[in-house]
Design a binder for this molecule. Sequence first.
Ligand code: FAD
Ligand code: 8RB
Length: 467
Amino acid sequence: MAQASITLIGGGLVGALLAQQLARRGFTVDVFEKRPDPRKAGFIGGRSINLALAERGLQALRTAGLADQVMQRAVMMRGRMVHTRDGRSGLQRYGVDDSEVIWSVSRGALNMLLLDAAEAAGVRLHFGQSLHDADFDTGRIRLINEQGAQRDIDAPIVIGADGAGSALRMAMNAYSPLGERVEALGHAYKELEIPPGSKLSADLLREAGGHDQFALEPHALHIWPRGGYMCIALPNTEGSFTVTLFLPAQGPHPSFATLPTATEAEAFFRDDFPDLLPLIPDFAEDYDSHPVGSLSTLYLDRWHIDGRALLIGDAAHAIVPFHGQGMNCGFEDTVVLADLLAEQPHDTAGVFGQFQRIRQPNANAIAAMAVENYVEMRDSVADPHYLAKRELGALLAERAPQHFMARYRMVTFTHLPYAYAFERGRAQDQLLQQLLRGSTEAASVNLDAAVSTLLATLPPLPELRHG
Ligand code: FAD
Ligand code: 8RB
């Protein structure tokens, strides 16, 4: 029997990568994407938005044979550059050396590369085709094109990679409730832009410690933590940075409610981000024209309707951005699903159920860790208790690498299941707290005794499969 035919909704990051992998495994794949083909001339333009690619996403790209191409245009980020209120900055490395770094990649360029790869693998891409509705009894879906014309097609096996606002999820939910729950974070975001360094005055560049082409150190993820809120900046290949301001959506100053326009926001930046503001020459224009984005976590009890429909990526488990793992998690999903389908191509009901059993606990774990990392990024980077724990953790990891690994490293640089990283991280954190007993001096802890306690308390980490 020939491999089944699969209909994918959404040709974004996860949809395009999944399509390529399924086509390479012999499936007939059609992708319906709402937007026009981004590779067509005339589309270029718009804002450059970048994403942090970490080991899990990179591993999926390796499996697909696409890692080298992606890495050619990626910018290495060695750690967090923390910019304190007094205008100082310092780098906290993410890993032990340059083998443990994350990569800033352009969303647009990555999406185009993945679409090219999908097409080359034999996927049929249909742009400007939006899913409107689905009838799971007849196995047909209704599409709308850009002119508003509707048509119905057969799609007995349909997979939704149509993102956080998934139309397929809505149709599935109407057919049989998926147990959808959305947890709003209460904070929102806005993007601003630092242009390439050459566009800034030489004086400003020197003050900001910038290089020729970059206004800031290019090989870092920059954070301006301010307690209840923060700004971050990721480098782009062309020397620009995308800045994201994260703030409470409502409530007392500062919140997006108290900063409705650039006038209020500029005064706020002059007070709270005085070193950042001069790097954003079009501040007023950016602030007033870019929308405020909301942030929430999506949980579903069920990701599929037996073997007929399945959700993947953000459509199944949208998370908040603070671990930089949304795409990485979605890419990890694609490998798991493609492998399962290749093993049992004619049992989609079994495969979809198994996919959910494997991935849902991990999606729940990264969702929780992503929320926790917001507090860590905006707040604890300057907290002495946090810094002491971090330092003691680093000492233990050096002395007993089989028994201690920072949770951030497990999430970002290994393929250990997210659920494992979450559990192990909790156990390690409890141990650090117990060893420090409230002290903010990691050096005050007897390291030999601490290592003994660690070995006696926690089993060794599983064998790590690095890159
Ligand atoms: P999407 O990328 O949203 O793609 C969905 C696709 O479906 C789109 O192309 C859309 O046009 C299409 N579509 C929607 N509705 C329909 C319809 N009705 N019919 C047909 N097609 C439809 N993750 C990281 O790992 N690291 C980061 O640093 C990071 N940074 C981010 C920065 C920003 C500003 C944002 C918004 C997200 C970031 N993420 C990051 C998260 C990451 O972008 C998502 O997790 C990832 O894009 C999910 O991929 P997806 O394909 O599931 O959804
Ligand atoms: N979505 C990231 C990290 C962890 C950094 C650290 C954090 C922006 C929207 Cl907020 C954020 C990280 O702990 O030091 N790695 O990668 C990416 C992040 O934000 C992305 C750019 C983002 N995602 C809506 C805005």
